[in-house]
Design a binder for this molecule. Sequence first.
Ligand SMILES: [Zn+2]
Length: 416
Amino acid sequence: MVLRSSNIRPDMARLWSSLMRSAEIGRTAKGGLKRLALSEEDGEVRREFVRWCEEAGCTVQVDGIGNIFATRPGSDPDAKAVLVGSHLDTQIKGGRFDGILGVLAGLELVRTLNDHDLTTRRPIVIVDWTNEEGARFEPPMIGSATFTGQKSLDFAYARADKDGVTLGQALDRIGFKGADRLSPDTFDSLFELHIEQGPKLDEAKRQVGIVTGAFSVRGLIVEVRGEVGHVGPTPMPKRKNAIVGAARVTLAIDDIGWSRHETGGKSTTMRLKVEPNLLGILPDLVEMTCDFRHPEAAVASGMLAAFEAAIPEIERRSGCKVTIKEQWSYGGMEYDPGCIALTRDAAEDLGYSTMDLLTEAGHDAMHVADYLPTAMIFTPCEGGLSHNEAENVTLADIEPGVNVLLRSVLNRAGIA
Ligand SMILES: [Zn+2]
């Protein structure tokens, strides 16, 4: 049965009240959220989420990395489940909706099915992925990467925050180191609803983003090695100031982004670690975290190649040694055509305006997409502002996306 003319609608006031309850847990003075992965606040919102899921009749399982899976059974005991969710952790100065909307919309979906006493053929599983943001433990999206087997549990447990607390210890502290083993094989598909985190939907006044795939990302750690010396007497020709080398690297990377920006290219230097970082001393080491992003994988690789080609000149001008110490890449995939079609049909049936988009940020759905049919749905967010305490949406902004999620998932899961 396909839900074309159904009038099943989520209770948006109830969803909003859950979102606002979440917004109290880790609230910052400026009205955003600081709810780092596996912090006390993350523990609190997780307990609240588990309570809500159990009240809605779900069975809750927690896997070794602390991903929470809340299952509403289906009628067919052999049918694999449809996953719906996102993440409840936030950035250090994060907003109230990034990730949280996707998890709580999954909860609202289950509550709505309960209201109508409807059973789906496939089970529906709401998921909260651990440490999506990577603001406390690196790399980001480690919960989904452990779920898919791209990262091992041992690797994940050993990640340490800036105070030396490991991810494994943090899981123990908040009581979310589970023993359940769940793997992608257990599931049929994944749907993730998320705020866009960019301005396209808001500017074009479109109600729903149909996410067809993801930008290609090439990340790198660049090491710039110079030589310590006194900032006074050391003559200019003899200096090997690692900050000067890092500045030239930063400008080269920025230029590469600008030279591809008309086709969607972006480049960023986002973090510098400087040593010894002291008054009066020429620094001898800067470690830089940078990335290149582009809709086309070949162009993203070309941006990286352009940077490699620029290194000899940067070395000549700065007197420093520039090395790419680490590299990684992700994204560049397309979401599942069948799942995308369900989101597109749902938006069309409901009469919403849409825009096809690629995601430019990282999401757990990108990891899962290599293993399960996956789709993402974007809602507009005010001015495209995200990873910011002022991140904002209205109920009217999210209602279309929540409805599209509900209908797509029900059509995938089937009504018994
Ligand atoms: Zn997010």
